[in-house]
Design a protein around this ligand. Structure first.
Ligand code: HEM
Length: 135
């Protein structure tokens, strides 16, 4: 049997018989638009907006798009800081993390991402909770 990229399965959660999670999300443009919506929600939410007060949001959106593309199995190299360094010293709590994760979940749902794929993205970022909150 020949294996194509569409049926490749390396056992990674981000990959199954329907291709990579990146492909199922719709690739680069679809992920960039989820990220746009995600940071719009963050900046509209007074519980977390202040964290981004001095942040270059164009760069932030670009790095987040790269980051989510790469953790979902896309052919994209993430060029930002690692998750522990990027969030160090900000005093991010589990509650903050839950708010942010909730916005990402809502942005994925609004973009029409299938429930199983949405849950897979959330699981990929949930795995980064400890370094993000500094544990
Ligand atoms: C939900 C999981 C999260 C992911 C996947 C994530 C991802 C990222 C990425 C990729 C960057 C860019 C780093 C760089 O440009 O080098 C970043 C930066 C940042 N993140 Fe997060 N993040 C998450 C949660 C949070 C939370 C909970 C907060 C605060 C409530 C937060 C606040 C920030 C801030 C303020 C920056 C900008 C740092 C700077 O440029 O100085 N992030 N994050």
């Amino acid at each position: 049997m020949t294996e194509t990229s569409a049926d490749h399965n390396d056992g990674d959660d981000a990959t199954d018989e329907d291709g990579t999670l990146y492909e199922r999300l719709g690739g680069r443009d679809a992920i960039a638009s989820v990220v746009e919506d995600f940071y719009d929600r963050m900046l509209d939410d007074e519980r977390v907006a202040d964290f981004f007060e001095d942040v270059d949001m164009a760069r932030q959106r670009a790095h987040q798009t790269q980051f989510l593309s790469s953790v979902t199995g896309g052919p994209v190299e993430y060029s930002g800081a690692d998750m522990r360094e990027a969030h160090e010293g900000m005093g991010i709590t589990d509650e903050d993390y839950d708010i942010v994760g909730g916005h990402l979940d809502a942005s994925l749902a609004d973009a029409g991402v299938a429930d199983t794929d949405r849950e897979a993205v959330i699981a990929e970022v949930e795995a980064l909770r400890d370094p993000i909150v500094g544990r």
